[in-house]
Design a protein around this ligand. Structure first.
Ligand SMILES: [Cu+2]
Length: 114
């Protein structure tokens, strides 16, 4: 089964950004699905905006994954994820972060948040 890239346009959250006068202000947020399968993240790089959401799906049949982020700005820990389970991460901080797996050290997903 291939990972399907799912982009869901969310509710308008850009009104609060209007005061900033940014040319890049957006009226929508996105939800991106990331698959954990075969000890890889699919995709392994993601470019997102603040306010977007990542849904981490364990697409393996027998393997547990444990996604986490250790960053100065924030910490995220999905806990142990059984096959088929999902975890959600809302991106509230801009920057470059690496999602790692506590069980498979080679699993890495780099996220770039504007
Ligand atoms: Cu893993």
């Amino acid at each position: 089964m291939r990972a399907s890239k799912l982009t869901v346009t969310g509710m308008a959250l850009g009104i609060a950004l209007a005061a900033a006068g940014s040319a890049h202000a957006t009226l929508s947020t996105a939800v991106r699905v990331v698959l954990q399968k075969g000890k890889h993240f699919e995709p392994s790089d993601l470019f997102l905006r603040r306010g977007d959401t990542i849904t981490l799906v364990n697409g393996d049949e027998t393997t547990i994954h444990h996604a986490f982020i250790e960053a100065d700005q924030f910490a995220f820990d999905a806990g142990d994820q059984e096959p088929g389970r999902q975890a959600t991460l809302v991106l509230k901080e801009a920057g470059h972060f690496i999602i790692q797996c506590g069980i498979h050290p080679k699993m890495k997903l780099t996220i770039h948040v504007q």
